[in-house]
Design a protein around this ligand. Structure first.
Ligand SMILES: Cc1ncc(COP(=O)(O)O)c(C=O)c1O
Length: 386
């Protein structure tokens, strides 16, 4: 059994997350406080011991490992011919926006959504068009289908970036919802880029559904991005895989990735990914149980001890979406207030667009002891507002 409760000091390690003051507790960026799978560390050590770090190609064993992971974990067997190595999910999204759309086109998203999608669209001179997700009375988000179709039907809409599962609201999209998105996208000639980086971390009894696995319509009109980076906490290894069943679409994206110089691995990306996908099953299952327990701890603590704050129940990701609409302070100000008052550093929901100005995002991928520290600080911060 992995000991996810071990407290590891990450201060002064060049960590983006932990570059904070001594009294501060960071629970913002999607980066876990757990040490990665030991087999990944061994694979990196073995490579380092070799002492030669020349140019590398991506071997068939890499693609076989990705295939078998998706087959075993997600009941989907993507052909290895459909896969391309890339140095990250965000670089692939930006490159695909450049290759698959024109300057001035609309790229459709579903706000509130991962803030960097906005950068990939706007920095390339395209427009962001959002079909905002709608929060219902049961604190669950759903898609406004009429609005989504109207926005897909706009002549300038040529791409949709789907977050599957969804960051920050934690939604797992059902096969039915994915089929409906796929059908509308095909009808209106909108290509779907499905970012599935959070797909491995779901509640223990709930799996996510890969967009391209649903049917041929979805498979033939999509670009899927996956990576071990969130799952195994190896973001700085810069390894991702792009899966594109449609040959013509694959050729265009492949050209873009090569032109943008995003298709060559560093020395550790390949051995680490192979180790993750061939030896990481049990570790990830234990991780999912630990994260779920943390999420339930947060839900209970917030419901019992933090009046005015509600958790939105999502079955995916290690991120919790906190509804602070009753606190009476917009989330950009609230995030700063809590940080100043208690040292707890959360993500301000405003950056995700949509209704995010009334939410904070909390990263719960940390040892229980640290989680409780964060929750007590949150309680203290909210009480101080009142
Ligand atoms: C939805 C989503 N996509 C992509 C990324 C980052 O991907 P990469 O580091 O491979 O560029 C993140 C990181 O939080 C994310 O939440």
């Amino acid at each position: 059994m992995t000991n996810f409760s071990e407290l590891i000091d990450r201060r002064h390690t060049n960590s983006v997350k932990w570059d904070v003051k001594d009294n501060e507790l960071p629970m913002w960026v999607a980066d876990m406080d757990f040490r990665t799978l030991p087999a990944i560390v061994s694979a990196i050590q073995e490579k380092a011991d070799n002492g030669i770090f020349g140019y590398e190609e991506v071997p068939q064993a890499y693609f076989d490992a990705v295939q078998s992971w998706y087959e075993q974990e997600h009941d989907w067997r993507p052909e290895t011919d459909w896969m391309i190595f890339a140095t990250g999910v965000v670089p692939t999204i930006s490159s695909s926006v450049r290759r698959l759309t024109n300057v001035g086109d609309n790229v459709l998203i579903q706000a509130p959504v991962y803030n960097i999608f906005y950068n990939s669209i706007l920095n390339n001179g395209r427009h962001v068009l959002s079909s905002d997700l709608v929060l219902d009375d049961q604190d669950t988000y759903h898609i406004d289908w009429e609005d989504l179709e109207a926005k897909m039907a706009e002549p300038l809409t040529t791409m949709m970036i789907l977050c599957n599962p969804h960051n920050p609201v934690g939604m797992i999209w059902s096969a039915e919802a994915l089929a409906r998105i796929g059908e509308l996208a095909a009808k209106h000639h909108v290509v779907v880029l499905s970012d599935e980086i959070h797909g491995d971390i779901t509640a223990p009894d709930k799996g996510y559904v890969p967009f391209a696995s649903v049917n041929q319509t979805n498979a033939q009109n999509s670009v899927t991005t996956v990576s071990p980076s969130k799952t195994f906490n190896v973001a700085a290894l810069h390894a991702a895989t792009v899966i594109i069943p449609n040959e013509a679409l694959r050729a265009v994206v492949n050209r873009g990735l090569n032109t943008d110089e995003l298709a060559e691995p560093n020395s550790f990306a390949v051995p680490a990914t192979i180790a993750a996908y061939t030896q990481g099953h049990q570790w990830v299952h234990e991780l999912r149980a630990y994260v779920e327990d943390n999420k339930q701890t947060v839900a209970k603590f917030v419901a019992e001890s933090i009046p005015g704050v509600k958790t939105v129940a999502g079955d995916a990701t290690y991120l919790i979406w906190l509804d602070t609409s009753e606190v009476g302070m917009p989330s950009d100000k609230l995030e700063q207030f809590i940080r100043k008052e208690t040292g707890l550093y959360l993500s301000d929901g405003t950056v995700y667009g949509g209704d995010g100005r009334e939410f904070l995002r909390m990263n719960v991928a940390c040892p229980k002891e640290r989680l409780m520290d964060g929750l007590n600080r949150l309680k203290q911060g909210i009480a101080a507002v009142k």
